[in-house]
Design a protein around this ligand. Structure first.
Ligand code: RNT
Ligand code: ZN
Length: 420
């Protein structure tokens, strides 16, 4: 794309935004500092590196068989680096315990250690990014009953408790090495396909297991605990142990982060409307920005109304430092580097569009019960020239502008991905 044209269009946009009191240069400075945690699992359909034939379980699914899935840590890191080159701004990478590296040694989940993630840390340092972490309580024989931390068998519970405790140490290690706290999110698949006779006992066991896991205090400078609820999963249609009420109560009482996944609520329920409410009761929030299509399908996030609303809720209430933005989608039917690129660029666009909004003016209209002005402003803003600001931002960071990134992905696909 023509540099002069981008600059001219930016100049015009800058003038137009200045008329409503917005300094676009300031907006881009702010945007450039908001980290997005890119989930590694889009790159390999949530398989990890424990063994080449691990089957994904826990009621989540990556559908599609697009060629080029990363099969090794080296391939996954190379693919992530390709995506980084197409995405402006500050990035983090979100890992799961199954992405460990053991040099061929069999290391079960209750044996994982920081050393199994040394390569990731080295790589993160080289790329100047932070890391986040997740214990993996699925895709394992000890999760085959559909229950883990809430399992009635004490031995199984103990195994998973040990796994999560060790995961916290790995997360702490990330934080210490990289100088930025690692957010460790606990999601478990536990639930029942059919109507339970006892909804309480598994929840009691989960609560006790979490209490035990969190017993050791870890400095928040290095590590933050988060818990993620769900409304249903494949195989847990009738009952999920870790429901929203369960984890909201747990997070408030124990002052841990509450993770809101966009696909984990009833179809007409949106997480954007939960952020402000929860912000009054917990210090920090983790988002799993995803796109449910009729179910928790984890489609690539698009710039739809809900994504725009999520951006607005973070920006309008000044929650940038208290809301950790993580992505959580896995589509195996399209190029995986493109999936990361599209989803992450959209997340950034939503934040930028929110930053370009004259929020004070809209809040003032609202306070004065001038709902006419409020609606009129919101509608006008939709066609403001934010795209010129976005293009300028990408160009200024040497990131492909517009659809130019797609050519890069196609080239990478031809040269690298199709040869796998
Ligand atoms: C599952 C949860 C969970 C996972 C990842 C892989 O429904 O959303 O966050 O998607 O941990
Ligand atoms: Zn999630």
């Amino acid at each position: 794309m023509n540099k002069e044209r981008i600059e001219n269009l930016y100049k015009l946009a800058k003038e137009q935004y200045a008329q409503i009191g917005i300094d676009t240069d300031e907006v881009l400075k702010k945007l450039d500092n908001i980290p997005i945690s890119i989930h590694c699992w889009q790159g390999d359909d949530v398989r990890g590196f424990e063994s080449p034939d691990t089957e994904l379980s826990g009621g989540i699914q990556a559908t599609g068989n697009y060629p080029g899935r990363a099969r090794t840590p080296e391939e996954l890191r190379a693919d992530l680096e390709k995506a980084f080159s197409l995405i402006p701004g500050k990035k983090r990478v979100n890992l799961h315990a199954i992405y460990l590296e053991t040099n061929g040694e069999k290391v079960d989940r209750d044996q994982i250690e920081p050393k199994h993630f040394e390569n990731w840390v080295k790589w993160a340092k080289k790329n100047n990014i932070g890391l986040d972490f997740n214990p993996t309580l699925f895709s394992h024989p000890k999760a085959d009953d559909g229950l883990t931390l809430s399992h009635p068998d004490e031995n199984i519970r103990k195994f998973w408790i040990e796994h999560v405790k060790r995961s916290r140490k790995i997360s702490e290690y990330f934080g210490k090495e990289l100088g930025t706290p690692s957010v460790m999110n606990i999601w478990i698949p536990d639930g029942f396909k059919d109507i339970p006779a006892d909804r309480l006992a598994p929840r009691q066991r989960l609560k006790d297991a979490l209490d035990e896991i969190l017993e050791e205090k870890i400095d928040k400078k290095y590590h933050l605990d988060a818990v993620e609820s769900k409304v249903f999963g494949i195989g847990s249609e009738s009952y999920v142990v870790g429901s929203h009420e369960f984890y909201m109560g747990y997070a408030v009482k124990n002052n841990v982060l509450l993770c809101l996944d966009a696909g984990h609520f009833h179809p007409t329920e949106v997480i954007s409307n939960k952020i402000s409410a929860i912000s009054l009761f917990v210090d920090e929030i983790l988002l799993h920005v995803s796109r449910p299509v009729r179910w928790d399908s984890d489609h690539v996030v698009i710039l739809d109304d809900e994504l725009l609303a999520i951006g607005q809720e973070i920006i309008r209430h000044n929650l940038v430092d208290r809301v950790h933005i993580g992505l959580d989608f896995f589509d195996a039917s399209i190029n995986r580097v493109a999936a990361w690129t599209i989803g992450t660029r959209n997340m950034l666009k939503s934040l930028m569009i929110a930053l370009l909004e004259p929020t004070d003016k809209m809040k003032k209209a609202e306070e004065e019960f001038d709902f006419t002005t409020r609606l009129a402003m919101m509608e006008e803003l939709k066609s403001y020239p934010w795209q010129a600001v976005w293009d300028y931002y990408c160009a200024s960071k040497n990131i492909p502008v517009g659809l130019d990134w797609l050519e890069e992905v196609k080239k990478y696909e031809k040269e690298i991905l199709l040869n796998r």
